[in-house]
Design a protein around this ligand. Structure first.
Ligand code: BGC
Length: 568
């Protein structure tokens, strides 16, 4: 941790590998900030909040979809991949946002949704109007149904959001939708589909976009040749790698080799990160330099708050990233999962199914322990931010926001709620518009309401309440990012051997510059390792240059992370 780090703007301009160690902040545009009081966040709202992102110290912003959409799936049902939803702004306002972020030294990553379009996309409307076997249908996955007149679905496959994955169009053909029926899957064997996405990548890259987050990257190429396997056969554990009909087929990497050629047309080359839900050993190909370059690793997000799980995940992912010549990624929250301050507030061992049941109970069963949740969330975040690789943060986690688990049924927007007939509540609870101020309409989100109801307790989490309070989660994030920036892209990490008396509750590693990160996952205090404490997840905190941060002392309390530097 040496002084005189270059500013982020200098760093990005000088170094085409900025993404390897970046802190990337995910903005879910409809819920971030609303400039026109219509209850929906928009591009000008984000531009107005660039100072917040600067004060936080992020290197890049990833924008979830802002494209025209009927919101059948929160914007991931895209009508036109090369336009801005009028409810969110205009292309000129997009350019203004990019200019504001770039001016602040913050890179811009946009979400590309190549697996499907919306059912309002011009191509899909043309496909419905055209007969079976036509060129228009060939861009999507149309298959003749079973039965004499094709009246039965081609297979019993189910969609991710519940219900069947096939929808009839009335002439014996059915189209595939792995998500909502309003999201027809493209056929990536089709040359026009491939060409069109190359044009989309160039369209945004030409506008100055620095990188792409690739939605459902593992699923683009499908094999629906007959006979189709049953859903049970498709889900079999012993399916060989690459043999699944809908996921992680080897041919998908031809697509990403083409994309890489487009990224490399630019200087610096554009970057990408794959959202690929595949086993860890299959992730490397998505993340390879010939492919997308980086892939999400959701292994911390799916881990219990447990020392041995965290250490195993970190070791495995650093090894895999090294083998494929990339850097790892780390995520604890995003727009698809229960916020980590709430996950960690639930009893140990509450898995994804348990979280879904908890949401259905309105956040009451099992009873969460919010103080413990926030304490553990801050400890896990401090560990994550100390790791080499890219750290992906989700809007609102810097406020320590918990999930809004008690949204009323009539407010829910996620297709999961309707498609599972109320058996699963869905993801709206992490997408409630942010509280910027303790007072005012929609807590400063905008001058009107908010498209998902905000609870009264949002006032306590508001950014203006936390600003300037050295014990707040916002101050903790700012200080942590400022300390992290001092590593200047260094990638080395060395685990320490733990003392015999507390081997299973600690994770401790050293980074360059004499920096140690230690997390106590247990509830009992342990002796503080040697060094000067510069940051503690249980605060108060101070950024570099403002004197010693946090309290030093003889012990590291339970469920706490400390960053220490060698005492010279
Ligand atoms: C996105 C989800 C979306 C789905 C379909 C993803 O994995 O993150 O929010 O519903 O893709 O596009």
């Amino acid at each position: 941790m040496t002084a005189t780090a270059p500013t982020r703007a200098e760093h990005r301009a000088l170094d085409a590998t900025w993404w390897r160690q970046a802190v990337v902040y995910q903005v879910y545009p409809r819920s971030f900030a609303d400039s026109d009081g219509d209850g929906t966040g928009d591009l000008r709202g984000i531009t107005a909040r660039v100072p917040h992102l600067v004060s936080l110290g992020v290197d890049a912003v990833w924008l979830s979809p802002f494209y025209p959409s009927a919101l059948a799936d929160g914007g991931y049902d895209v009508d036109d991949h090369r336009a801005v939803d009028p409810a969110l702004g205009t292309l000129e306002q997009f350019d203004d946002l990019v200019a504001a972020l770039h001016g602040a030294g913050i890179a811009v990553v946009v979400d590309i949704v190549p697996n499907h379009s919306s059912n309002r996309h011009r191509w899909f409307r043309e496909a419905l109007a055209a007969p079976p076997g036509s060129l228009e249908r060939d861009r999507y996955v149309f298959v003749r149904g079973r039965g004499e007149h094709g009246e039965l679905p081609p297979s019993d496959w189910t969609a991710v959001f519940g219900g069947p994955a096939w929808e009839p169009v009335g002439d014996g053909e059915w189209y595939l939708h792995q998500f909502a029926p309003e999201q027809p899957d493209f056929d990536w064997h089709n040359a026009e589909v491939r060409e069109d996405f190359l044009a989309t990548l160039r369209f945004w890259a030409d506008r100055g976009v620095d990188g792409f987050r690739v939605d459902v990257a593992h699923s683009l190429v499908k094999d629906v040749s007959p006979p189709l396997p049953s859903a049970a056969e498709l889900a079999a554990d012993d399916l060989p790698d690459g043999a699944h009909r809908l996921s992680d087929r080897d041919e998908v990497h031809e697509v990403y080799r083409q994309w890489r050629a487009v990224f490399d047309e630019y200087d610096p080359p554009r970057t990408a990160v794959a959202e690929a839900w595949v086993p860890a050993h299959r992730r490397a190909r998505y993340a390879s330099p010939e492919g997308l370059g980086q892939a999400f690793n959701f292994d911390l997000l799916t881990s219990d708050f447990d020392a041995s799980s965290f250490r195993r995940v970190v070791e495995e992912n650093l090894r895999l990233a090294g083998e494929s010549g990339t850097s790892s990624t780390w995520v604890l929250s995003n727009h698809d999962v229960v916020r980590h301050a709430s996950r960690y507030a639930l009893p140990d061992g509450t898995d994804v199914a348990g979280q879904a049941r908890w949401l259905l109970s309105g956040g009451t069963d099992p009873a969460p322990d919010p103080r413990r949740g926030l304490r553990r969330a801050r400890a896990a975040t401090a560990l994550l931010l100390a790791l080499p690789g890219s750290a992906y943060l989700y809007q609102g986690e810097e406020l320590g926001l918990p999930e809004v688990a008690d949204l009323p049924a009539e407010a829910l927007q996620d297709p999961t709620w309707r498609r599972t007939r109320g058996r699963e509540k869905g993801r709206d609870g992490c997408r409630v518009p942010l509280p910027w101020t303790a007072g005012g309409p929609s807590f400063g989100f905008g001058d009107g309401g908010a498209h998902l109801p905000q609870p009264a307790w949002f006032a306590d989490c508001a950014a203006d309440v936390q600003d300037g309070d050295p014990t707040s989660t916002l101050s903790f994030y700012r200080a942590a990012l400022a300390w992290r920036a001092r590593l200047q892209g260094a990638e080395e990490l060395e685990f320490a051997d733990e003392p015999r008396d507390a081997p299973s509750q600690l994770v401790r590693f050293r980074r360059p510059g004499g920096w140690t990160c230690v997390t106590n996952f247990g509830t009992d205090p342990v002796p503080m390792p040697p060094g000067e404490v510069v940051l503690r997840s249980d605060g108060p905190v101070a950024p570099p240059g403002a004197g010693s941060g946090g309290t030093s002392g003889g012990v590291l309390p339970g469920e706490t992370t400390a960053w220490l530097v060698d005492v010279r």
